[in-house]
Ligand binder design. Structure first.
Ligand code: PLP
Length: 388
């Protein structure tokens, strides 16, 4: 059975060209980039090339603003702790209620350890109130950390406006752009973003590699203290093949960004429009006009997301649901709760996230198979209208 992979916000396929570029750095060019000899030196040069490719994709002014890390979570953790350690007199952090756990749980950990935390809410379309942001940032705010685009709904926050407000208030701004990088154009040169996190496996590079952008002049203390690697901003011998893969993936993402915003968007829209037309009692979660081009999050009322996923799985279709199993019961995700999505809809929320590898026939298969699945589930659902 063919796999119809529509779960690209969870992880992506490694691009064949990325894999080819990585291969020599396992068994042939295995030198340590910090070594004095030429054998290691050539690896160092290749890392510089990868750094420049990452910088180019996000429009950074200089490759030295890129620090390679082990994943998006490390980039987020390093950004948050790196800033607050450098500003020990400030004790307030601002974030939102819809962040990924890599930001949310780190902020909550700090809130238990001497910091004051403000978590901004969102409206029913998943959008922030910028006046509220303006009100909460004070002279004591060490850091504002707000995601670029939401992993569950694809909603894009107005990051340029947010960054401008944070600057006006004299604080530091970090954005978790793990879902945005490679999907929409970014330009660090013109944005007031001080730190930005990205992750390889969301853009067709391998798992276990990421990067943190730190704008030149931003006060930053390393998260991993060790050797002089990454200009002493992240200790540890580099994961050479993976960060070379990340560089190549960034180059390819740049070349494909137009395709992502036309063809991938067209397929996403076709899927969304048809599912919402063919299955009654559906709702779109997240603001329609400010979303990543690859993501749609649809609630099918009165059915459970997990049941939908299981039945789609029988046809090889991979997607995600907006609930998580907590203490044996299915709880709507914190994102669905923050948006105030009603219980019966939050349970049936399903995320489809496409990539440049998806085809028309992938989308057509889901449009054919899913509406009858929803109909069948509603007939037996404990949440069914007749049972409420
Ligand atoms: N931030 C967001 C918005 C994400 O979607 C993810 C992964 O799902 C992460 C951070 C964490 O990235 P990683 O899996 O590379 O640690």
């Amino acid at each position: 059975m063919k796999t119809i992979y529509l779960d690209n916000n969870a992880t992506t396929k490694v691009d064949e060209e990325v894999f080819e570029e990585m291969k020599p750095y396992f068994c042939e060019l295995y030198g340590n980039p910090s070594s004095m000899h030429t054998f290691g030196g050539q690896v160092h040069k290749k890392i510089d090339e990868a750094r420049a490719r990452v910088a180019e994709l996000i429009g950074a002014a200089d490759p030295s603003e890129i620090i390679f890390t082990s994943c998006g979570s490390e980039s987020d953790n390093a950004a948050i702790t790196g800033v607050i350690k450098s500003n020990p007199n400030k004790k307030h952090i601002v974030t939102t209620k819809v962040e990924h756990p890599a930001v949310r749980n780190m902020c909550r950990y700090l809130a238990k350890n001497g910091y004051f935390l403000t978590e901004l809410g969102v409206d029913k379309e998943g959008m922030l109130d910028l006046d509220q942001l303006r009100e909460v940032v004070t002279d004591d705010t060490a850091l504002v950390t707000i995601m670029y685009a939401n992993n569950e709904t694809g909603v894009i926050f107005p990051i340029d406006e947010i960054a401008a407000i944070v600057k006006e208030k004299g604080s530091v701004f970090h954005t978790d752009a793990v879902q945005a990088v490679g999907k929409i154009p970014l330009d660090m040169k013109s944005a007031n973003i001080d730190l930005l996190a990205l992750s390889g496996h969301k853009l067709h590079a391998p798992k276990g590699v990421g990067a943190l952008y730190v704008k030149r002049g931003t006060k930053y203390s390393p998260f991993i203290i060790g050797g002089h690697q990454e200009h002493s901003r992240r200790g540890g011998t580099e994961n050479v093949p993976s960060l070379i893969g990340l560089g190549k993936a960034c180059e390819l993402a740049g070349a494909n960004i137009e395709y992502e915003n036309t063809e991938v968007r067209r397929l996403r829209d076709k899927l969304e429009d048809n599912l919402m037309r063919l299955a009654p009692d559906t709702r779109l979660n997240g603001r329609k006009d400010q979303r990543l081009p690859n993501t749609t999050n649809i609630s099918f009322e009165y059915v459970e997301g997990e049941a939908i996923l299981l039945l789609m799985n029988d046809f090889g279709i991979c997607a995600s649901s907006g609930s998580a199993c907590t203490s044996g019961s299915l709880e709507p995700s914190h994102v669905m709760r923050a948006m105030g999505v009603p219980f019966t809809a939050a349970h049936g929320s399903t995320r489809f996230s496409l990539s440049r590898y998806n085809t028309e026939s992938d989308v057509d298969l889901v449009i054919e198979k899913l509406p009858p699945i929803i109909k069948r589930l509603r007939e037996i659902s404990p949440f069914g209208r007749d049972n409420l």
